[in-house]
Design a protein around this ligand. Sequence first.
Ligand code: OSB
Ligand code: MG
Length: 369
Amino acid sequence: MKLDRVVLREIRLPLVHFFETSFGRTYERRIVLVEAVSDGVSGWGEVTCGENPFYNEEWTDAAWLLLKDYIAPMVLGQDLAGPESVAPLTAKIRGHNMARGGLEVAVWDLEARKAGAPLWKQIGGGARKEIPAGVSIGIQNSIPELLKKIETEVSAGYQRIKIKIKPGWDVDVIREVRREFPSIKLMGDANSAYTLADAGRLKALDEFYLMMIEQPLAHDEIIDHVQLQAKMETPICLDECIRSAHHAGQAIRMGACRIINIKLGRVGGFLEAKRVHDVAQAANVPVWCGGMLEAGVGRAHNIALSTLPNFVLPGDVSASRRYWKRDIICPEVEVSARGTIVVGDAPGFGFALDMDYLRSLTVREETLR
Ligand code: OSB
Ligand code: MG
């Protein structure tokens, strides 16, 4: 297969509620969508980076340039044996896995659509027909507001609650949450807001029997997590640190984490995400699917990924309406009263794109050949 063209589109999509992490607040997403076209069939990808280089080094404007000047030119015109051929073609680029992954996942979707098969089948998934759903709740203006949000999500059926934490919004907050909700599956995500000097404060969280604490220490620091995990009972889950299967293998072997959050973009697409999954599975380390406030395309890809066998923990993949007044896909992603997302059988990523709506959201578009 050869790509005839790649179309980049940037859309703007306001969040229904701001999302705050230890590195800042987001009110509106700026999302790059990647359309890969071959023989008149289109596959779609979503670049999952943020608007600023604060989660990792990537951001919307950089991803656009990377795709236009490097990633698309490296793949266009090449004979592709299949979607597995895409990541190696762009492997020379250091970092920028989310930009690289934007095109990679589009080619997986393209191949699935050409085969008339659902994406989950194309990637070798299908271990479950419903994926367990959890929510990620950002830092709020007050504890009562947080408790109200948790109540809403628990009532909706979500199977686990993740709250964002940072120094000053951690032990006291989690104590209050535990007082109100003693039996929910609960976890905290620090997005690298602490250092080993905070080990005492983090250790104090053991009292609250969290499912896990996600990425407490630096985004690029696996070894400090080894020391922290040795001190804490609460399992550490790594997010930012794990950019490849190689990192996953090292982190597991050294005891830096007991759980891994897999994000398609962070590892550069389905090929590497599958490898991370396999490395973790072989070591009996459970994984779950992380989220990056995706619009419908990215959300649908995450659902497909979550059907691989070792995605045994509820992820951050939740209903479209938690993020958007109106999503770009039809139907929107919905969550059952059991707190699951039912996996469909439609070809490709499994949803229709609302092209008129998409066009109305588009602020720039460029076709690369
Ligand atoms: O660390 O998982 C994270 C959102 C933006 C950047 C990083 C993270 C997150 C989330 C939200 O936790 C997950 C989601 O609901 O999409
Ligand atoms: Mg995280």
